[in-house]
Design a protein around this ligand. Structure first.
Ligand code: AMP
Length: 289
């Protein structure tokens, strides 16, 4: 695995690789890598000859009161994990390299950016879409791998890539979880013991909602089932729990148009210091005939 820090070096390296007929897989991350990131790198390594992992904690997607300065970092561990999972190029640009001047041009994706995370973090997805657009332009034609863990982010990136004709195929991979159901996240490092024990309640709440849907519940009943589980965990402070259309991310009031189809259960909760997000899929039972 080689390590590059400048846009020019990465472009030159990947242009030469593609000229030799090599395909490129790309896994953008903010570092502090874990098994969830590794699964994306392995998926990319299965499909592509060269696998680029970028590590860049993007200031643009953090609001002033969020955890930009405290975001966990461990580049030595990240190098090892990325190489072991099959990365051939580690791209670690500094903030100066990515944003040599204050950004005047941003990318905002209407619709899918608005609900859920968009309501809680109004500037977040413009920051994500802008840095992913830059990274797609830097990396060039590739397949890019994202985790379903950030379900709304995948929808935003897919929509941006389609609307702006990026030569990038966006691939989503399933969420990797700890044994007790907690979705792996760099932010889990902020959990102390008591909050770590409480944290799987978010996944349990989503699972209860999915079970309710499988049993014939309405969207409101599924939301109530999720809230009941999180209400029983005093260390969890719910931000939202919802049942949404998996494409538009619109909150569902009725399942009539979704009989026999997939819906998504999504949630966010503050558990001690970190705000954690998670989601799972469910299928609405077909109408009995
Ligand atoms: P991050 O470093 O948090 O920006 O995440 C980089 C990529 O890894 C994103 O596409 C995330 O959705 C993905 N990712 C983070 N956690 C997980 C997980 N537990 N399972 C699968 N993918 C994940």
């Amino acid at each position: 695995m080689i390590e590059l820090t400048t846009v020019a070096e990465l472009r030159a390296h990947l242009d030469a690789a593609r000229a030799r007929g090599r395909s490129v897989g790309f896994v953008p991350t903010m570092g502090y890598l874990h098994e969830g990131h590794a699964s994306l790198v392995r998926a990319a390594a299965r499909d592509a000859d060269d696998v680029v992992v970028s590590i860049f904690v993007n200031p643009l997607q953090f609001a002033p009161h969020e955890d930009l300065d405290a975001y966990p970092r461990d580049l030595d561990r990240d190098r090892q994990l990325a190489a072991d999972a099959g990365a051939t190029v580690l791209f670690v640009p500094g903030v100066e390299e990515m944003y040599p001047e204050p950004v005047a041009t941003t990318v905002s994706v209407a619709g899918v950016s608005a609900p859920l995370e968009g309501e809680s973090r109004p500037t977040h997805f413009a920051g994500v879409a802008t840095v992913v657009a830059k990274l797609f332009n830097i990396v060039g034609p590739c397949r890019a791998y994202f985790g379903e863990k950030d379900f709304q982010q995948v929808a935003v990136v897919r929509r941006m890539a389609a609307d702006l004709s990026f030569p990038v195929e966006v691939v989503a991979e399933p969420t990797v979880r700890e044994d007790d159901g907690l979705a792996m996240s760099s932010r889990n490092a902020y959990l102390d013991d008591a909050h770590r024990t409480a944290a799987p309640a978010l996944h349990r709440a989503l699972a209860a909602g999915a079970e309710a849907i499988a049993g014939g519940s309405s969207p409101d009943e599924a939301r109530a089932a999720m809230h009941a589980v999180l209400a029983a965990e005093p260390l969890a402070e719910v931000d939202y729990l919802d049942v949404v259309d998996p494409t538009s991310l619109e909150s569902l009031q009725s399942f009539e148009a979704h009989r026999g189809r997939a819906v998504r259960l999504v949630g966010a909760a503050r558990i001690g210091q970190p705000r954690l997000i998670d989601n799972i899929g469910a299928t609405v039972p077909a109408a009995a005939d």
